[in-house]
Unconditional design. Structure first.
Length: 143
């Protein structure tokens, strides 16, 4: 069964949106197989966002993601990687459709509430950065 890494960013945690976000994915039919509230170190932020190292906003990105606790999660289900991206909406909330998480709750591209893996390769890499295999528990009857 496919797995993806999703993370409520510091703005979402600060705005008490963990429950709203978890509820959306649960109601969709996906299964939460691992989760933790955590403070990201600058080192982990640098690794997680390694592909953006050369971007002008990299410093801002690391400062923001380390500015307060995040809620890191692993979700499981059929096509969960691409479906979660659709449910999150476009990266820039200016372009994200109403009904999506960013479309409903975010205004700026920096503070866009949630991160989600964009491919199977990213999912494996990001899950490995944030979780040990023994922290993940599959329990769905259909998986
Ligand atoms: P995320 O899916 O976490 O992956 C990379 C992040 O970079 C993205 O969400 C945005 O929050 C952030 N990002 C993209 N473009 C910009 C920008 N121009 N300024 C600040 N942050 C950005």
């Amino acid at each position: 069964m496919e797995r993806t890494f999703l993370m409520v960013k510091p703005d979402g945690v600060q705005r008490n949106m963990i429950g709203e976000i978890v509820a959306r994915f649960e109601k969709k039919g996906f299964h939460l197989v691992g989760a933790k509230l955590m403070q990201i170190s600058p080192e982990l932020a640098g690794e997680h966002y390694g592909e953006h190292k050369e971007r002008p906003f990299f410093g801002e990105l690391v400062d923001f993601i380390t500015s307060g606790p995040v809620f890191a999660m692993v979700w499981e289900g059929e096509n969960v990687i691409s479906t979660a991206r659709l449910m999150m909406g476009a990266t820039n909330p200016k372009e994200s459709a109403p009904g999506t998480i960013r479309g409903d709750f975010a205004v700026t591209v920096g503070k866009n509430i949630i991160h989600g893996s964009d491919s199977p390769e990213s999912a494996v890499r990001e899950i490995g950065l944030f979780f040990k295999e023994e922290e993940l528990i599959s329990y769905a009857k259909d998986s």
